[in-house]
Structures are given as C-alpha cells and as structure tokens.
Design a binder for this molecule. Structure first.
Ligand code: AMP
Ligand code: MG
Length: 490
C-alpha cells in the first residue's frame, strides 16, 4: 500500500525495502552543511505528482540534499556486485541512498535516489559524495537521451551541499536526485547469486519480474522468460545508443539496468567525427567500451546475468544450461534486427530490401574515411535526398557515390519522398549535447553562472526542432579542440 499523499505530493511505496534484508542496508543520508537547489526539473516533477513550487524552496532543498526525509520514504542502500572492466567485485550503493518508490498519478513506480548522499556500508574507501560538475553533466546527458526517445534514468534535481569534495582538487559538492524505473542491475543478480543466502535470488527475481515484466510471472520458466526480456531490451537500447553516436563509456555489469534504461552517466559522451573505435574515457585504456564494441560487451554482460539465473531453473543443471545458452545466443540476431530497423528509419527507408544493411555499412565506411561528423551527416540526409543535394558533403567524393545508390533505393519505394524525409527528420537529431558545449556549460556552472547550462538543456530538450534557437548547438567542436577525454564521474 502506498503511503498517503503529502502536501508536496510525495507518495511512497517501498517494495524493495520489503525484500530479504540481505539485499540492502537501511541507511539515511548524511546531512550537509548548506542545502540549496541548483537545478529542478519542473515538468518532470509534475509528471511524478510532485508540487514543483513547493519543492523549489528550502523544504525541497532539505529533502534533495538529504537533510530531511520525505514522509513515507524508507531509505536504503542497495547491495550489488559487478564486473568492472572484466573483474568481479562486491560493490553496492557507496554514495547513493534510495529514498523509496514514488507512485506517480498514472500509477507508475519510480525509484527516487540521492546520488552523493554520504557514506554507506558499501562505501569502501570512498567519501560517499559527488561533485557538482559530474552531477550536472548527468542531468545534461540523461535528459538528452530522454529527449531523443531513448530509455534512461531521469534527473529530477541537483542540490548543492555547501561543502567541498576533495578530488584532485577541492570541488563544490552536490547531490543528484536520480529517478529510475528501478535500480536493479545485472550486478544485483550477480550479488544475489554469489552471496551464501539461498533466499535472495528467488526473491529478487520475483521482485524484478513483478516490477518490469509482470506478464511473465505465469511463464513456464519465469527466469528464462525474464532473461529473454532483458536481452531484448538491451539489444534495443544499445542499437539506439549507437544510432545517436552515444558511447556509455563504463558498461560494467553494475551499470546495466534490467529495466532497459540507460544508467550511470560517468565518462559517457557523444561522437563528433565518426570513428567506430572512439573511446572518450581516460580509464578505458584498452578501448573495451568503444562505440563499436558496445553490442559485444552487452552480450558479455548478459552472459553474467544468465549465469546468475542458472540456479533458479528447475531440473537437471546441464539441460538448464542448454536452455539458458540458447536464449543468450539470441542476442546478436536481436541486436542486428533492432539496429537495422533503426538505421532504415534514419535513412528514410519505409520498406525493406535485401541490400539495406550493406547500404548502411557503406555509408558508415565512407563517413569514417573522411571523418564526417556523425550527427550532422545523418541530420543532413533529409536535405541530401533532394536533387541536387541540399547538403554539400554529399556533393563529391565517397558520400556522393553512396548518395546515388541510396537515392535509387528510396526511388524504389512507393511512398513519396516527402514521407521518407519526414521519417528522417524525426529520427536524426539536429542537436546532441556536444562535448565542447557540455564543457562550456559546466565551466560556467562552476563559477555560479547557470545560464549556459540552462540554454544548452533547453536546446537538447528539443533535438529534432529545426529552429534558429538550436543553431549554436548544432556544430561540432571548433578546430584545434583536440581529442576529447572524459573522467569517471566521482
Ligand atoms: P560507478 O563508477 O559510479 O559505477 O561506481 C562504482 C562503485 O563505486 C559503486 O559501488 C559506487 O557506489 C562506488 N562509488 C563511486 N564513487 C564513490 C564515492 N565517492 N564514495 C563511495 N563510493 C563510491
Ligand atoms: Mg555504477
């Protein structure tokens, strides 16, 4: 039963906190010196049933900073494990507190988590805190993915703490209020399977199914059906990422949500020039999480989920392994299917032809050859479909040859070219959070100047709108920027 609705609209029901206690630790946020609100996502607050005006004042700041607990919340830190760059580690919420699950007016359930809320049982050597820059960066990138129609955790607010966090230098401290369908990760299942308590895994599985796939509770083998659902969501998600040039950057198994939402915005960034081997993260020295490696890594992570679920399958273990391996092996074909459907839309294809994948591959190869800007090339396609090309890069060189073959392909579909162009315009964004724009906004925010952040946020919230307001946000980096590097969001 959800708690009663309070004046600000909080209405919690904390189903995770009713699971066996081995899966979490009750913990309260560590109060901060001077709570303030740096960012509040008002439209999203309203969607959650919250009174944005009430939350914008000191009471809201106290809640977002962890100094006050909203009524009905039951704060916990979740336990989880994970493979980080291939190595298994016990982790858990070392700097995040789950306040509870807000029940929105439409009945949907949303984890409300404070990221940077102080030390917990799982903090290991860390301080439990977060710095303002990385939390604002998470707001920008998560809200960009949301506006692009890609499943993601959301950002409700960022609170300032009035305290410094010590990294390589002293930085202003902040707390991000992260909202998610759930925070159940592949690593949560790894934890439940690895720990010596046999009650954890079945309870977690039943909980995850009831939360994300209630229709599967009655399946012959719920664990297998759940695995299949997670595989399909991840195949769809990774295809969507790649088609906007998104590189997650730290696809450890603890950073993969079974809900199919993008989670954990650390060193992620978007491609400017197309190069499939691109890695932005300074700690990813082997290029494990490069743009093109993301489907292979997702498959590897899902194998860890499959392993974790194995013991819940009935009957002979070898036969169970066979069944689970068969499901796991569907990932590459599912990914290919989601990816091709997405590329077709980006290219304005309303029908299916045998040679479509080859056309995609040759476009990407031509783009790589000339270092074409990923976003501008795709958003220029609708104009390039005209004769003559109204987008100059397609006038000469390898892209001109490709354009001829592609125009012939579009000519073979019965739908008018206007339909194809409309499809291209709704699938190829004009605006993504360009790295140099993100840096510019964060640098200004560090000095207390929030206008560049707000303008950028506004532009990325309307990525497909061809309006003059978006012009400054469309271009790639100015010449001489050099390769972009990102750092883990700690
Ligand atoms: P991440 O790289 O954000 O996915 O975090 C990996 C693990 O490190 C998780 O268990 C986090 O809770 C933990 N962690 C990250 N930063 C901190 C911090 N400042 N203090 C404590 N734990 C942290
Ligand atoms: Mg993480």
């Amino acid at each position: 039963m959800p708690s009663a609705i309070d004046a600000a609209g909080w209405r919690f029901d904390n189903s995770y906190a009713r699971l066996p206690p081995g899966l979490f630790t009750r913990s309260t946020p560590v109060p901060v010196r001077r709570p303030g609100i740096v960012f509040l996502n008002e439209p999203f607050a309203t969607r959650l049933g919250l009174d944005a005006a009430a939350l914008a004042g000191p009471d809201g700041a106290a809640i977002f900073a962890g100094n006050a607990i909203p009524p009905g919340a039951d704060p916990i830190a979740q336990a989880y494990a994970g493979h980080q760059f291939g190595h298994f580690t016990n982790l858990g919420d070392g700097r995040a507190i789950l306040l509870g699950e807000q029940i929105a007016p439409d009945g949907s359930r949303h984890d409300i988590q404070l990221k940077g809320a102080g030390r917990t049982r799982y903090s290991r050597g860390g301080d439990g805190r977060a710095a303002l820059g990385p939390m604002l960066r998470e707001v920008l990138i998560s809200e960009a993915l949301h506006a692009l129609g890609i499943p993601t955790t959301r950002s409700l607010a960022v609170a300032s703490t009035g305290e410094a966090v010590l990294r390589e230098e002293a930085l202003p401290g902040a707390i991000l209020v992260r909202v998610a369908a759930s925070h159940i990760r592949v690593g949560t299942f790894q934890y439940a399977a690895a720990v010596g308590d046999p009650t954890l895994l079945p309870a977690l599985l039943a909980h995850a199914i009831s939360r994300h796939d209630p229709g599967l509770a009655e399946a012959d083998e719920p664990a297998l059906a759940f695995l299949e659902a997670v595989i399909d969501r991840q195949a769809a998600l990774i295809a969507r990422w790649m088609q906007v040039g998104f590189i997650h950057g730290v696809m450890n198994t603890d950073n993969m949500a079974v809900s199919g939402e993008t989670i954990d915005y650390g060193p992620c960034a978007f491609l400017d020039a197309y190069d499939p081997t691109t890695v932005f993260s300074s700690i990813d020295r082997q290029g494990r999480y490069a743009w093109a490696n993301q489907p292979g890594i997702a498959h590897w992570n899902l194998a860890r989920l499959a392993e974790s679920l194995l013991s819940t399958l009935p009957g002979d273990e070898e036969a169970a392994l066979d069944r689970i391996s068969t499901v796991l092996a569907t990932f590459p074909a599912r990914f290919a299917e989601h990816a091709l459907a997405g590329w077709r839309a980006k290219l304005g294809m309303l029908t299916e032809e045998e040679g479509d994948q080859a056309l995609v591959t040759s476009l990407l190869a031509a783009m790589e050859g000339i270092g074409a800007d990923f976003t501008a090339t795709f958003s220029g396609l609708a104009a390039a479909a005209e004769a003559p090309a109204a987008f100059p890069p397609f006038d000469a060189g390898p892209l001109a040859d490709w354009r001829a073959a592609w125009r012939a392909r579009l000519g073979r579909q019965s739908q008018p070219l206007a339909d194809a162009r409309a499809l291209m315009r709704r699938t190829n964004p004009l605006v993504i959070p360009r790295n140099h724009r993100v840096e510019e906004a964060l640098a200004a925010a560090a000095t207390g100047e929030m206008a560049p952040f707000e303008k950028l946020l506004d532009a990325i919230a309307h990525p497909f709108d061809d309006t003059p307001a978006s012009f400054p946000y469309r271009d790639g980096p100015p010449p001489g920027c050099g390769p972009y590097k990102t750092f883990c969001g700690t």
